[in-house]
Write a protein that binds this ligand. Structure first.
Ligand SMILES: Nc1ncnc2c1ncn2[C@@H]1O[C@H](COP(=O)(O)OP(=O)(O)OP(=O)(O)O)[C@@H](O)[C@H]1O
Ligand SMILES: [Mg+2]
Length: 371
């Protein structure tokens, strides 16, 4: 079993505190993506798992066995880098076979394992070619083949497809996912691309400045971001985060954004979240697709004005001004293509109650309704 556990790991490079009290439990067979901005400590975490970097304190366990003091070759992990690191003078076959030859595996077994990996990766037709004759995606497939061929307990991948063009990345995303399903090895995959993370992961660990912000399924990360950082790192366009003021009013809770004359009246689920915390400074968090846009007034919908329309093909992203004066809040909503026709049009907005979030601006934390 290749359960991976990181317990209270810390890492400093001189005065640079790169990993801070990191705790992560990756279950056997899971595909976990570490996601975060440049410099947040993703590669360092992965290298620490592989044994290419030491940790200052804490523990790393693979399959229950403590490994943080062991050299890389005793950890049974395989590492795939962003840049292909193939031997230029060897064929694809020999590149893939290399780790087996280094381990003095008998020739017949080398042949069968290389062929099996080539079959899974669909590169049988490339086995006799040298790297210079391969396209970028194929080179990376061969690189992955070389990592897989030893059947490691854990696959560690650092932006393996980051250097490929957009179309090929899309193809490779699906392929790596398929490979994982077939192969089943516990995988830790590093990227700063949230689309990769959302589409491939069983679980996403979002890091910022060496601190794990949230560790959850893609759906949970998207629907219930633990804090403002996660809310604004995942999703395209990102979640609307706007200062708001809430007060008891009328028949329930009223919420006002800068510039609004009429407030939004909150439903019971959104209001319950507010009751939970004693936050004094609040931000509303709502995804563009959780904002209902109507061209006619309707009960409970709030009047606003179209500010900008961004056609995306399949849908439009519409910037909506919540008041008339300069400095009023704007919300970005997602509508059907050409649903609103022009800048300045009047529209009426309603918020999906269950997808209306609030953050405490001081701590950045999501307010949750009491269980
Ligand atoms: N060998 C090293 N010596 C000194 N500092 C290092 C070393 N390796 C990484 N760092 C620093 O540690 C921090 C985290 O680096 P790391 O490579 O883990 O980030 P990352 O999340 O992988 O970023 P990127 O998305 O740019 O690859 C950075 O500030 C980096 O400069
Ligand atoms: Mg990195």
């Amino acid at each position: 079993m290749a359960d991976i556990q990181i317990i209270d790991a810390e890492k400093r490079f001189g005065g640079n505190h790169v990993i801070r009290k990191l705790n992560l439990h990756i279950r056997h067979g899971e595909f976990v993506v570490l996601l975060g901005p440049s410099g947040c400590g993703k590669t360092t975490t992965l290298r620490a798992l592989a044994g290419l970097e030491s940790i200052d304190s804490g523990e790393i366990r693979i399959g229950g066995r403590r490994v943080d003091q062991l050299p890389p070759q005793e950890r049974d992990t395989a590492f795939v880098f962003q840049l292909y690191s193939l031997y230029p003078h060897l064929t694809s076959f020999e590149n893939i076979a290399f780790p087996l030859r280094a381990a003095r595996v008998p020739e017949a077994q080398v042949r069968s394992q290389v062929n099996e990996v080539a079959r899974v990766l669909r590169i049988e037709h490339l086995l006799n070619k040298r790297p210079s004759a391969l396209a970028g995606g194929d080179m990376q497939r061969v690189t992955i083949g070389r990592a897989l061929v030893r059947r490691p307990e854990a696959m560690l991948m650092d932006e393996p497809i980051g250097a490929l063009d957009a179309k090929l990345r899309e193809e490779m995303r699906a392929e790596l996912r398929r490979l994982h399903v077939e192969n089943g090895s516990t995988t830790v995959y590093v990227t700063h691309d949230q689309v990769e993370a959302m589409s491939m992961a069983d679980k996403i660990g979002i890091m910022n400045d060496g601190v794990l912000q949230q560790y959850d399924s893609p759906t949970r990360v998207y629907d219930e971001p633990a804090n403002l950082f996660v809310a604004q790192f995942v999703g395209s366009p990102i979640m609307n985060v706007v200062d708001c003021v809430c007060e008891a009013g009328g028949s329930g809770m009223a919420m006002r954004l800068a510039g609004m004359t009429e407030p939004f009246m909150l439903g019971t689920r959104a209001a319950a979240k507010l009751k939970a915390g004693a936050a004094t400074e609040l931000a509303l968090g709502i995804r563009p697709e959780a904002i209902g846009v109507s061209r006619r007034p309707s009960p409970g919908a709030v009047a606003a004005r179209v500010h900008l329309i961004e056609p995306m093909g399949a849908y439009d992203i519409v910037d909506i001004a919540m008041g008339l004066e300069h400095g009023c809040a704007t919300l970005r909503a997602r509508t059907a293509s050409q649903f609103v026709s022009a800048q300045g049009d009047a529209v009426w907005l309603s918020l999906d109650d269950s997808r209306t979030h609030f953050f405490d601006k001081r701590s950045g934390l999501l307010l949750r309704a009491p269980a």
